[in-house]
Every structure is written in structure tokens, then in C-alpha cells.
Design a protein around this ligand. Structure first.
Ligand SMILES: NC(=O)c1ccc[n+]([C@@H]2O[C@H](COP(=O)([O-])OP(=O)(O)OC[C@H]3O[C@@H](n4cnc5c(N)ncnc54)[C@H](O)[C@@H]3O)[C@@H](O)[C@H]2O)c1
Length: 262
């Protein structure tokens, strides 16, 4: 089995839906126990079923990555549950609630930064000492092709996703000697609630030229001619989390059906 994760334990933030659920599915499918965190207990029964099907253990924690106290408490529970081998920082937002996608609203800059960058950093900081002590760990941060192609996002969102790449590289350099691999995945567009919100924002801005919320329209902008699924991102995450990827660190790997080539 490539990407054998038997006996490992992974935390997936924002793992209750969308990409996070696809990542949880693939990681559990490769034999790892999963600790899924999210704002609430959405799809907890699906995660439970996933664990049962793959004969792995699971823990579901309600954790807002903007809440430092909750992060400390939840990550302590996670470490009490198991040695943590893998952290997937997936939780992310396209803007503040009610965002219209304009580039200048303070709320959007602040909120998006707090979730996509500061939250990701605080969760990582809560787990890093544990990984350093164990002299092993795999950290995978979810960036976006938005960091590579301005066309695909608002300025504030693209900025946070580029920050995730810089953060990934800095950590990879600093903690390589502790046998910790840190990589990022840059997904292309995938039909999730997140994407739906983004399309709604574009419409509010008066963008009527594209209807991107359909499998057909998304497929048409992919050189491979097929829309991506959350599990496509999960497969790459599982590989990066495995020993087969032990020589890969500090990289941002696009998984986007060829949508953006650079
Ligand atoms: N869908 C896409 O087209 C796409 C493309 C590139 C990158 N991404 C990235 O993938 C990640 C997941 O996006 P998705 O498309 O699955 O979105 P989604 O909205 O379907 O899921 C995001 C998950 O994150 C959780 N979340 C949001 N704010 C949180 C917070 N403050 N604390 C804890 N959890 C929180 C949500 O509850 C949800 O379960 C994000 O980082 C996003 O930027 C998505």
C-alpha cells in the first residue's frame, strides 16, 4: 500500500465537511486514527461511520481556530488520546460572514487572516512541542491556487493563502532537524460550501459572466476535463503524511486538475 498510515494518528481541522472530510476519509482509509475538529459537531456520525468502516479510532472535537483557549484545551485532549503523527491544517474561510468579496473591507481582512493564518499558526504551535519531543511529525497546510493566480480570488483571501506558503517554508526549515516535514497543498476549485459562498460573493459584485457552481462548468476549465473532489486532495494529503514522502518538505503541491500551471 502506498501511503500506509497504519497505527498513525492524524488531526484534521475543519474536518467536518468539504475538503476536510475528504482528507479525513483518505487518511482513515490508509489506516490512521483520526481526530476531526470543527466549529460544531456537523457530520460527526459520518466521521464515526468512517472510523468504523476502516477499523480505526476517532475523536471529534469542537474547536474554533479563532479561540486560543479552545485550541489549548482541544489539543491537550488530542494528545491525551494519542501520540500525534500528522496535523492537517485545513480550516479556512473565503471571507468574513456576509462578505461581498470587495477588496477593502476591514472585517474581511481581519477575519480571514484570523482563521486562515493566525488560527493555523496557533493550532500548529499547540502540537509542535509534542512532535519535537517525539522527533517526528508531518504537518500539511491547506493553501490554494488562489495564491498562485490572482484570477481565482479576492485580494485578502489570496494574501492569506500566500502567507500559508511562507509559513510552511519557514517551519520546514526550522523543524527539519527534528524530523518534522511541513508541506502545503494548493487545491483548485472544488464544489464545497466554501465554493458556493465564493460564487455568491462574485454575483454580489456583479460578476454574471461565469456560472462556476456546477460540475460541468468547473470541468470545462480543467485541462483534465473533470471536476475535482475533496478525496483528490485527501489522496495527496495521505501521501504527504506517509513515510513514502519523507524527503519532501517545504513544498507547495498543486492539486487542481491542471487549472493553474506555473
Ligand atoms: N473549495 C475550494 O474550491 C477550495 C480551493 C482551494 C483551497 N480551499 C481551502 O480548503 C480548505 C477547506 O475548504 P472547503 O472548500 O472544504 O470549505 P468548507 O466551507 O466546505 O469547509 C471548511 C470547514 O472549515 C470549518 N471552519 C471554518 N471556520 C472555522 C473556524 N474558525 N474554526 C474551525 N473550523 C472552521 C468549517 O466549519 C468547515 O467545516 C480551506 O482552507 C480553503 O481555503 C478550498
Amino acid at each position: 500500500m502506498i501511503a500506509d498510515l497504519s497505527g498513525k494518528t492524524a488531526i484534521i481541522t475543519g474536518g467536518g465537511q468539504g475538503l476536510g472530510l475528504g482528507i479525513s476519509t483518505k487518511i482513515a482509509g490508509q489506516g490512521a486514527n483520526i481526530i476531526v475538529t470543527d466549529l460544531d459537531d456537523r457530520n460527526k456520525s459520518t466521521v464515526e461511520e468512517l472510523a468504523k468502516t476502516n477499523n480505526v479510532d476517532f475523536l471529534y472535537l469542537e474547536m474554533d481556530v479563532m479561540n486560543s483557549e479552545q485550541i489549548t484545551e482541544s489539543m491537550k485532549k488530542a494528545i491525551d488520546f494519542s501520540k500525534i503523527d500528522i496535523l492537517v491544517n485545513n480550516a479556512g474561510v473565503p471571507g468574513a460572514p456576509g462578505s461581498t468579496g470587495t477588496r477593502w473591507r476591514d472585517e474581511d481582512w481581519d477575519f480571514t487572516w484570523k482563521v486562515n493564518v493566525k488560527g493555523l499558526h496557533e493550532v500548529t504551535e499547540a502540537i509542535l512541542p509534542h512532535m519535537i519531543e517525539n522527533k517526528s511529525g508531518k504537518i500539511i497546510n491547506i493553501s490554494s491556487v488562489a495564491a498562485k493566480a490572482a484570477k481565482y480570488a479576492t485580494a485578502y483571501y489570496a494574501t492569506t493563502k500566500m502567507a500559508v506558503i511562507a509559513y510552511t517554508q519557514a517551519l520546514a526549515r526550522e523543524f527539519g532537524s527534528s524530523n518534522i516535514n511541513v508541506n502545503a497543498i494548493a487545491p483548485g476549485r472544488i464544489l464545497t460550501q466554501f465554493h458556493k459562498d465564493w460564487v455568491e460573493n462574485r454575483k454580489k459584485l456583479g460578476d454574471t459572466t461565469t456560472d462556476l457552481f456546477s460540475k460541468e462548468s468547473l470541468s470545462s476549465v480543467m485541462p483534465l476535463g473533470r471536476a475535482q473532489s475533496p478525496e483528490d486532495i485527501g489522496a495527496l494529503a495521505a501521501f504527504l503524511a506517509s513515510e513514502d514522502a519523507k524527503n519532501i518538505t517545504g513544498q507547495t503541491i498543486q492539486c487542481d486538475g491542471g487549472q493553474v500551471m506555473s
